[in-house]
Design a binder for this molecule. Structure first.
Ligand code: 6PG
Length: 245
């Protein structure tokens, strides 16, 4: 199935549309299981959810997980959980029981096992794997997604639910969902903005020579929908997208 491409003029426009999508999807179910991406791109989305959507979304219908987390304590500036807490959780009425952070402070190998077990227990299964309602992904400038980096392509096909990854430059350990779990989701949504991502987006969406060296190019849900949510700076207007309002 070809990915759906949604392009908006600015990062703010993308974030608003993405927030509206989360509202609408959460209205269709009693429990919405979402895996969040980390890094900096989601901050604007979380700020909009925490303000304009603060009183629109029934937050306790949503259970928050992470597609990847850095192996650092929850108070560390690098923590994806802390970023989400600062930009979203501290501003909305949500039960702690709905927030399922990765214990970045713990031994990575044991935490990868614990988190995988938690997902098996809490997320309905399909194909004997946890099936998220939505997995949100970012795109690194090296083509990584979640914490599956080009030097660890084997994490795409791992039979585990979670693996210990490490950043190719800093060596920082991460806990990441594997490619099989990501591709098992009902829906996968890349949220990508900024000029710096444009070349990788173009290469991946146009299947340019060598595109398969990028982990993000291997994200193709088995049966679910794949959508790229981008601003114009990250997309290649007119080449691989239909502009959305
Ligand atoms: C992380 C992410 C990672 C991120 C990309 C893009 O923990 O860093 O989950 O996959 O989405 O690196 O990061 P930016 O949004 O900061 O460009």
């Amino acid at each position: 199935m070809k990915p759906e491409i949604k392009v908006f003029p600015t990062p703010n426009d993308v974030a608003r549309a993405f927030a509206q999508m989360i509202l609408e999807k959460s209205q269709q179910t009693d429990r919405f299981n979402i895996a969040l991406s980390g890094g900096s791109t989601p901050k604007l989305l979380f700020d909009i959810l925490a303000s304009d959507y603060k009183d629109k979304i029934e937050w306790n219908k949503i259970h928050f997980y992470w597609g990847d987390e850095r192996c650092v304590p929850p108070g560390d500036p690098d923590s994806n959980y802390l970023m989400t807490k600062n930009h979203l959780f501290d501003h909305i009425d949500i039960n702690e029981a709905n927030i399922h952070r990765v214990f970045g402070e713990d031994n990575p190998d044991s935490e990868a096992k614990r988190y995988a077990q938690l997902l098996h227990e809490q997320i309905p299964a399909s194909n004997e794997l946890p099936q998220f309602d939505l997995i949100m992904l970012g795109l690194g400038e090296d083509g990584h997604t979640a914490s599956i980096f080009p030097h660890q392509m084997e994490l795409l096909d791992s039979d585990k639910v979670c693996e210990v990854a490490h950043h190719p430059v800093t060596g920082q350990q991460r806990i990441s969902l594997t490619g099989k779990v990501i591709n098992n989701a009902k829906e996968v949504a890349f949220l990508v903005t900024g000029e710096g991502k444009k070349e990788k987006v173009k290469s991946i969406l146009e299947h340019a020579e060598g595109y398969q060296q990028f982990p993000a190019a291997h994200i193709q849900p088995r049966s679910g929908q794949l959508t790229w949510w981008m601003d114009e700076a990250a997309s290649n207007p007119g080449e691989n997208s239909e502009s959305a309002s």
